[in-house]
Design a protein around this ligand. Structure first.
Ligand code: NAD
Length: 301
């Protein structure tokens, strides 16, 4: 099918590449020309704005880094909302339930359907086409885009209620965020008492402590100290904040999630929003006076 694709970053680029490989015709846009050029080399056409894309295709996908970027691309000046042909906007970004409902309401006034389609599984999942794709919105539009979404991962229909897929995604990411900081604290404690972190990760992964951080993030990006997993700390903090805001709006208070949220705020303050989220271990190491992994774990000087 003809698909517009806006936002060709760490996630958007590999997802767009898979859509081209699955024989869909793509028209792409990003504020970074370099990212557009890489997709044109693979056969995509270019566009001058989100509106230009929405003038030319019925289905527009987006993978954008902030709530504001999704709102602007969808409903701002020269946005998808002004397009003549567009029928549906498929937002693969994590924007939270509140923003999804707001975008849904604005687009609905122009008879454009929003399909919330946040994804989980990281850059590796986007490259391999193994993402979990969570979709909410009208069932008929979901059926129209499902064959394309099948090219990027395993597709789950969450419900027709606007924003419900975003709620699902926040639940998932709170657990992912918790796994990273909890594993960082646990392994740092082990190193401080003299254990070898590589042995610890092997044991955890053969035992009941195993989680996505010990299984994927530690072996690939923490123990080698490359800190290059492909998800920015600022994006993780965005997701944890959204989860906590939505829990609060439901009148819930949460012991674990609030502690996890406080720790991620420290991580962002100390390592910066652009750092890779596997850097979460750094402030924990600093407080403990140890280094985990690398050429040899040791007590910091
Ligand atoms: P990213 O920053 O790497 O990519 C975002 C892209 O959007 C960039 O290429 C940027 O130039 C472009 N962009 C920003 N504003 C724009 C605008 N107004 N118009 C057009 N293009 C614009 O971010 P990412 O890591 O690819 O994440 C994208 C979304 O996917 C986020 O919502 C994130 O929470 C979610 N997500 C990321 C991961 C991950 O592992 N990186 C995993 C699951 C979900």
């Amino acid at each position: 099918m003809d698909i517009g694709f806006i936002g060709l970053g760490k996630m958007g680029f590999p997802m767009a590449r898979r859509l081209i490989a699955a024989k869909h015709q793509l028209i792409v846009f990003d504020t970074r020309q370099e990212a557009v050029g890489r997709l044109v080399a693979l056969g995509a056409q270019t566009a001058s704005s989100p509106r230009d894309i929405a003038d030319r295709v019925e289905t527009v996908f987006a993978s954008l880094p902030s709530l504001q970027a999704s709102l602007e691309v969808a409903t701002g000046q020269n946005g998808v909302i002004e397009g003549k042909r567009v029928k549906r906007f498929v937002d693969l970004s994590t924007v939270g339930t509140h923003m999804a409902v707001r975008i849904h309401g604005l687009l609905a006034k122009r008879d454009i359907v929003l399909l919330d389609s946040p994804v989980s599984g990281g850059v590796g999942g986007a490259e391999k086409g193994t993402l979990a794709v969570m979709v909410s919105g009208p069932r008929a539009d979901f059926e129209t885009v499902k064959p394309a979404l099948d090219a990027i991962g395993k597709v789950f229909f969450i419900g027709e209620q606007p924003g419900s897929a975003q709620t699902m995604k926040l639940v998932n990411n709170l657990l992912s965020a918790t796994a990273v900081v909890a594993t960082s604290e646990a392994v740092t404690m082990g190193v401080k008492s003299g254990l070898d972190p590589s042995v610890m990760i092997d044991v955890i992964n053969a035992g009941s402590g195993m989680n996505t951080a010990s299984r994927d993030k530690f072996p690939r990006s923490v123990l080698p100290r490359s800190f290059d997993f492909g998800f920015a700390t600022g994006l993780m903090v965005k997701d944890v904040r959204l989860f906590l805001e939505e829990a609060k709006a439901l009148g819930m208070s949460m012991e674990v999630a609030e502690a996890v949220g406080r720790l991620w705020e420290v991580v962002m303050r100390e390592t910066g929003a652009e750092s890779d989220f596997t850097s979460a271990i750094k402030p924990i190491e600093k407080a403990a006076g140890v280094i985990v992994g690398g050429k040899g774990s040791h007590a910091a000087k």
